[in-house]
Design a protein around this ligand. Structure first.
Ligand code: SF4
Length: 147
């Protein structure tokens, strides 16, 4: 079975998160991890961005790459926080151009309570956001399982 090594970076506002939803969705191949359905996945790094504007962003991917990371996931918290991280596109571009790493925005499915609030706020009402949230939107039943 083909194997992929990944690193996960979370938004620092969730710095005490133990990664429960990320690791559950990885195990179940849900949300952004559904792309690895028929693959073996090893997590070779897990850290926070370091706090706005991303003090850990400059070097963390390099450490992960040294451990074999091929893909960096920016955790779903980047997208669902109030407000979402304003630097998502910049970080993605930087990781790709500086380290040659593939970047996926998202980890676990969007929890339903965040989905409903952001719908009310109109946070994701743009074609750009449509693209960003696509892999972690999932169906309502799945979103509710991650509340
Ligand atoms: S909003 Fe962005 S830069 Fe700020 S702590 Fe979260 S991920 Fe880091």
């Amino acid at each position: 079975m083909e194997k992929v090594k990944i690193g996960i970076i979370i938004c620092d506002r969730y710095r005490t998160c133990a990664g429960g939803k990320c690791f559950r969705s990885l195990r179940n191949r849900e949300g952004a991890f559904s792309i690895y359905k028929d693959m073996d996945v090893e997590v070779v790094g897990f850290t926070t961005c370091g706090g706005c504007p991303g003090g850990n962003i400059e070097c963390a991917p390099e450490e992960m790459k040294k451990n074999g990371a091929q893909v960096i996931h920016l955790a779903t918290g980047f997208v669902v926080g109030y407000p979402p991280c304003p630097y998502i596109s910049y970080f993605k571009d930087y990781f790709e151009k500086r380290f040659g790493l593939k970047v996926v925005v998202g980890t676990h499915p969007i929890p339903q309570k965040y989905y409903e609030m952001h719908k009310r706020l109109g946070t994701w009402d743009s074609p750009e956001w449509d693209e960003i949230i696509k892999p972690i939107l999932c169906d309502e039943e799945t979103r509710r399982a991650y509340d």
